[in-house]
Ligand binder design. Structure first.
Ligand code: FB9
Length: 498
C-alpha cells in the first residue's frame, strides 16, 4: 500500500512520464489507494499554483456490492456448493438447506463442477464432477476491488452486475496534466511561521502555503441561548431604558399571604383553591411574617378599614400560611412595596420583574402550567389611569406596538383594571397583549405607604411575544421535553424594536 504522505510526489513522477495526462481513478488503482486520497493529493498540488492542471470529469466506475465483497472474503456461492459436496455425494434436499445452496447450485452445475443423479437411492443426489475448481469469480472480483478495472471485460462485468456482485457507479474523477510550473520536487508547504523559524532565519528557505483569506473560521462549540431568554433580555433592556429597577424574583415558592392576602385577594377567591394553584406538601406552611402588618391585612379583609368595608369574613392565618408555587410575580411586587413602605420617607420607584409563575390550569396549545410573567410597577404620589395608559403606550411602542386599546376589566388587587389590546396587522384583528390596573388602597395602606401614593402596574407573558416573534404555534415547541434543541441552536438573535 503506497505511503499516502508522498502521494503528491508519486503522482508527479507518474505525470512526468504521461505526456497526455492521467486519470485520477487509474492512478488510485495503480497505487492501490482509495480514489479520495488521490483527489486530496490533486487538491494539495493545485494549491501550489500552476504545478498541475486538473479537469473534473464524470467517470463510470465499477464497484463491488456488499455481496461482492462477501464473495471475495468467503468465495463464490458456486465454489461454496462444490466445497460442501463430499466425495460420497450429498442429497439435493440437504444442499438446498445450506446458505449458498440455492444461489450456487445452478452455477456450479453450468460450470460442470457438480453432477445430479436423479435416480439415486434416497432421492436426487449431488456428486462432484471434477477433483478441483478455480473460483475465477472470486479472483476477478478481488482484482477489481484492488483497482484493476481490466481484470474483466464488459461482458463479464455485466454478468456479475446481473448477479448483484458488481455495480456501475458514476464518480467525479480528474484528468491531470502538467501545468506551466510543473515540477516533480514539491517541497513541503509550511502552514505556520514559528518563532524558531524567525529566530534561526530558516524561514528564508521555507515554502509557505498561500494564505486563504476566504477560508471560513472553525465555528467554535458554544452554548446557545433559548429564544425565551433572548426575548427576556430584550424586555429587560426596554425596562432599564425606561429607568425601571429589576425586582428579586428568585423564590418560586411563596406563602399565600404574600401571593394573595397582601394583595387583598379574599381567602375564598376561586383562584386560591387547588385547581388553580399548586400547594406544597412539605414545607406546607410559611412561618416568618411581619406580624404587625399581618394583623392589618387580617383586619382589612375581615372588618375593612381605610375607607373600605372589607370582605366581612373570618380571615384565617392558617390559610395565609399555606405555601404555594407563586401564581404571579405580583407577589414579589407586593413584597417590594411593603419594603418600600418600611424605609420611612417615601421615594417614588419604578420596578419590573420577568420570571416564572405557576398555575394549575387547563393545558392547551398556548398554555402550560407555568409561564414567564413580565410585570411593571410605578409608585408615586398622585398617579392616575392616564399615567398608566401613558406608560403602557411608551412600553408597547418600544415593542413596535403602537395601536393600543384599553378595555375595563377586573382584578382582585387593582381598581380600576384594564385589559390591553393591540391591533395585529397580520391577523387583522385586536389581540390581548396584557393586563393592568391601579393597586387598591386596601393593599397599599396596610403596608404603611403614605396616603396619596398610588401604584400603577401591568403584566403580560414572555411566551406569547416569543412565540409570535419566532413563528412558533405550539408552546410545546418552545418549552418542555419535546423541544427540538436544533431550534434553540438555530434561533436568530432577537430584536424587539419598533
Ligand atoms: O401576554 C399576553 N399577550 C401578548 C403579549 C405581548 C405580545 O407581543 C407581541 C409580539 C408583539 C403579544 C401577546 N397576554 C397576557 C394576553 C394573552 O396572551 C392571555 O391569553 C394570556 N395571558 C397570561 C395569563 O394567562 C393565564 C398573558 C399572561 C398574563 C396576563 C395578565 C398578567 C400577566 C400575564 C398580569 C397582570 C397584572 C395586572 C395588574 C397589575 C399587575 C399585574
Amino acid at each position: 500500500m503506497a505511503d499516502c504522505s508522498v502521494l503528491p510526489e508519486s503522482l508527479l513522477r507518474r505525470l512526468e512520464k504521461a505526456d497526455d495526462g492521467l486519470n485520477s481513478l487509474e492512478v488510485a488503482g495503480a497505487l492501490g489507494v482509495d480514489h479520495q486520497l488521490v483527489v486530496g493529493a490533486v487538491k494539495s498540488l493545485q494549491s501550489l499554483g500552476e504545478v498541475i492542471q486538473a479537469e473534473q470529469r464524470s467517470s463510470k466506475h465499477w464497484e463491488l456490492t456488499e455481496e461482492g465483497k462477501e464473495v471475495v472474503d468467503n468465495g463464490s456461492h458456486e465454489a461454496r456448493v462444490f466445497t460442501a459436496v463430499p466425495l460420497e455425494g450429498l442429497l439435493q434436499s440437504e444442499l438446498m438447506k445450506l446458505p449458498s445452496g440455492k444461489v450456487g447450485f445452478s452455477k456450479a452445475m453450468s460450470n460442470k463442477w457438480i453432477r445430479l443423479d436423479k435416480n439415486a437411492e434416497g432421492g436426487p443426489r449431488i456428486y462432484r464432477a471434477v477433483d478441483s475448481i478455480t473460483d475465477s469469480v472470486r479472483e476477478k472480483l478481488h482484482l477489481l476491488r484492488d483497482g484493476k478495472e481490466d481484470a474483466m471485460d464488459d461482458k463479464e462485468k455485466n454478468e456479475l452486475k446481473k448477479r448483484k456482485l458488481l455495480a456501475e457507479v458514476n464518480i467525479k474523477t480528474y484528468w491531470i496534466t502538467r501545468g506551466s510550473a510543473f515540477t516533480t520536487s514539491v517541497t513541503k508547504q509550511e502552514t505556520d511561521l514559528t518563532p524558531e523559524m524567525i529566530a534561526s532565519g530558516s524561514w528564508r528557505d521555507k515554502n509557505f502555503k498561500a494564505y486563504n483569506f476566504d477560508a471560513l473560521g472553525v465555528i467554535p462549540e458554544c452554548g446557545h441561548l433559548h429564544p425565551l431568554m433572548k426575548v427576556r433580555t430584550q424586555f429587560r433592556q426596554i425596562f432599564l431604558e425606561m429607568g425601571f429597577t429589576e425586582m428579586p424574583t428568585n423564590n418560586f415558592i411563596e406563602s399565600s399571604f404574600w401571593n394573595f392576602d397582601s394583595l387583598f385577594q379574599p381567602q375564598q377567591h376561586p383562584a386560591r383553591d387547588q385547581h388553580d394553584t399548586f400547594f406544597l406538601e412539605d414545607p406546607a406552611e410559611a412561618t416568618n411574617f411581619p406580624m404587625d402588618y399581618l394583623a392589618r391585612v387580617k383586619k382589612v379583609h375581615s372588618e375593612g378599614g381605610y375607607g373600605s368595608q372589607g370582605y366581612k369574613y373570618d380571615w384565617k392565618i392558617k390559610e395565609a400560611k399555606k405555601n404555594i408555587l407563586r401564581t404571579h410575580t405580583t407577589a414579589v411586587s407586593s413584597r417590594m412595596l411593603y419594603q418600600l413602605a418600611q424605609q420611612g420617607n417615601f421615594t417614588p420607584v419604578k420596578y419590573f420583574s420577568i420570571d416564572r409563575v405557576f398555575r394549575n390550569e387547563t393545558l392547551d396549545a398556548t398554555h402550560l402550567a407555568e409561564f414567564h410573567q413580565i410585570e411593571g410597577v410605578v409608585a408615586d404620589y398622585g398617579l392616575t389611569l392616564g399615567d398608566l395608559m401613558g406608560v403602557l403606550h411608551q412600553f408597547f411602542t418600544k415593542l413596535g406596538i403602537t395601536k393600543l386599546r384599553f378595555k375595563p376589566a377586573y382584578n382582585p388587587y387593582t381598581e380600576p383594571s384594564m385589559e390591553v389590546f393591540s391591533y395585529h396587522e397580520g391577523l387583522k384583528k385586536w389581540v390581548e397583549v396584557g393586563n393592568s390596573g391601579i393597586f387598591r388602597p386596601e393593599m397599599l395602606l396596610p403596608m404603611g405607604l403614605p396616603e396619596g401614593v398610588s401604584v400603577i402596574a401591568w403584566g403580560l407573558s414572555l411566551e406569547r411575544p416569543t412565540m409570535i416573534k419566532y413563528g412558533i404555534n405550539n408552546i410545546r415547541e418552545l418549552v418542555g421535553h419535546k423541544v427540538n434543541l436544533q431550534m434553540v441552536y438555530d434561533s436568530p438573535i432577537c430584536r424587539l424594536d419598533s
